[in-house]
Design a protein around this ligand. Structure first.
Ligand code: PLP
Length: 482
């Protein structure tokens, strides 16, 4: 599906869609890219898109919409209460995710706010395969803490383990026994574990987690923001589920959870989110919070047009030829870069390709942000914007010393059906050039460091004049080419 064989061997990702609306992009010359990077304080978050050729910052709210989604947006029903658009979304959630009761919220973290306010009490512990930034914030905000229970091998960046997002069941049982059932309001499983490189869990593992949840009578919550891609990789990689349809696998996954929530920015459209369940009592516990924080129960802070797009987008996740598009591009990108010796997180996961910056920039100390430096250098030589996921995105301790991150990654997000294969080939070519010239990349230091979430708006400068030297080498090798 979406992958065909090359005549002389190897896999070629093949688009099963055509482009009918386009947006103009700008590839500005390398001199402008260097200036833009300086103006942005060597922080890719601060670049303006007029200077960005391929925006690979994130997959959030950036997937391409289908003709059917855009058409559905035209017949949205903007009644404040009792909207037919909401009824269509409810029906789609029931058909695709198998849950009858739906609470709409404006995006994924709003679902986490409602769930954590309802169930997390001070001193509680939430076992999870791995955290996402927003869920960690909401658990902590309500006085709880998290326990991350991935297998140790999940942190090996180069691996051929097909399910690095699996929860370690022994660690889970130990965690429950040590903390006491009464202190654990729920277990959280995240589909396609975002922060470790978009790595899936297996259905067998989710069944094991369910068995433990039943044994101790603990609720199981599934973060389904990236469930479509996780289901697709189960079909690809898990022997027992090869013959099943996407719809069957999705229902099997959600059927094991008491409560399912999602960010529709990733799952189905460009805005919105939801919480769903088949247990009326769980629904009733959270219901009152929707009008308080989000909006009336039939729109939850989402525009009705987006609700229509969510409903159609949810049904489209059943289409394997649609859902496979981003993972098959990522697989191609990761494998081609690996062939050229570039250190990548493997196996290829979902949402983007992840470059191991600690390996790429071995000569840059972690205190000088190798992943941030790699992101800046890659922008200068390509016009492509990626995201630093390393120490720059971390924090300092009370004494002001850097808390060094476990991994230093450059993430190149591949939103669904947005890029063409020649653009992906351009990514490969420019990354290969940078790999050959990696000795020219130097470190960064902060000039403006916000006290919280410094990676968003912080400003940095190079520790030497390496960016100009990189530009000069680019000019030497590429002549007057962009
Ligand atoms: C993005 C994301 C969220 C948060 O969703 P928002 O819509 O950005 O608030 C939660 N969980 C996962 C796994 C995500 O990828």
């Amino acid at each position: 599906m979406g992958m065909v064989k090359f005549y002389k061997g190897g896999d070629m990702p093949l688009e099963l869609h055509k482009v009918r609306v386009v947006q103009k992009l700008h590839l500005v010359p390398v001199e402008r890219r260097l200036d833009a990077m300086k103006e942005a304080g060597f922080n890719t978050f601060r670049l303006g898109t007029k200077d960005v050729y391929l925006d690979m910052l994130t997959d959030s709210g950036t997937n391409a919409m289908s003709d059917n989604q855009l058409a559905a947006m035209m017949h949205a029903d903007d009644a404040y209460a009792g909207s037919q658009s909401f009824e269509r979304l409810q029906k789609a959630v029931e058909d695709v995710l198998g849950k009858k009761y739906l609470l709409p919220v404006h995006q994924g973290r709003a679902a986490e706010n409602v769930i954590c306010r309802t169930f997390v009490k001070p001193g509680n512990v939430i076992p999870m395969n791995y955290h996402f930034t927003t869920v960690l914030a909401h658990v902590t905000e309500n006085g709880g803490k998290i326990e991350e229970l991935l297998h140790d091998h999940a942190f090996q960046l180069k691996s051929d383990h097909p399910f690095k997002g699996n929860m370690d069941i022994d660690k889970l049982e130990k965690c429950i026994q040590e903390n006491g059932v009464e202190n654990i309001p729920f277990i959280r499983m995240e589909a396609s574990t975002n922060l470790i490189g978009g790595q899936p869990f297996s259905l067998a593992n989710l069944m094991d987690v369910r068995r433990i949840a039943d044994k101790y009578g603990i609720m199981l919550v599934l973060d389904a923001s990236l469930i479509g891609e996780n289901a697709y990789l189960i079909k690809q990689r898990e022997e027992n589920w090869k013959e099943n349809s996407m719809g069957e696998i999705l229902k099997m996954m959600t059927g094991l959870a008491d409560l399912v929530y999602f960010s529709a920015r990733k799952l189905s459209s460009s805005r919105g989110g939801g919480i769903c369940t088949n247990q009326k009592a769980l629904y009733a516990k959270m219901e009152a919070m929707i009008p308080l924080y989000e909006g009336f129960l039939t729109y939850g802070g989402i525009s009705v047009r987006e609700i229509e797009a969510m409903a159609v987008g949810l049904r489209e996740t059943l289409d394997e030829s649609m859902i496979c598009q981003s993972p098959s591009y990522i697989k191609y990108l990761v494998e081609e870069l690996e062939k050229r010796g570039i250190p990548m997180v493997t196996p290829p996961g979902v949402l983007g390709a992840h470059v191991n910056a600690m390996e790429f920039c071995k000569h840059i100390p972690q205190e000088e942000y190798p992943a941030g430096a790699l992101a800046a250098a890659f922008y200068i030589c390509s016009g492509i914007r990626g995201m630093e996921r390393g120490t720059m995105s971390s924090v300092r301790d009370e004494e002001g010393k850097e808390i060094l991150a476990d991994v230093e990654l450059l993430r190149l997000a591949v939103p669904r059906r947005v890029f063409t294969l020649s653009q992906i080939n351009y990514v490969i070519d420019r990354m290969t050039w940078l790999w050959d010239n990696r000795h020219l990349i130097g470190g960064l230091k902060f000039t403006y460091e916000p006290p919280v979430l410094r990676f968003f708006m912080g400003g940095l400068e190079p520790t030497s004049d390496w960016p100009s030297k990189l530009m000069d080498k680019f000019r030497k090798d590429f002549g007057d080419s962009l």
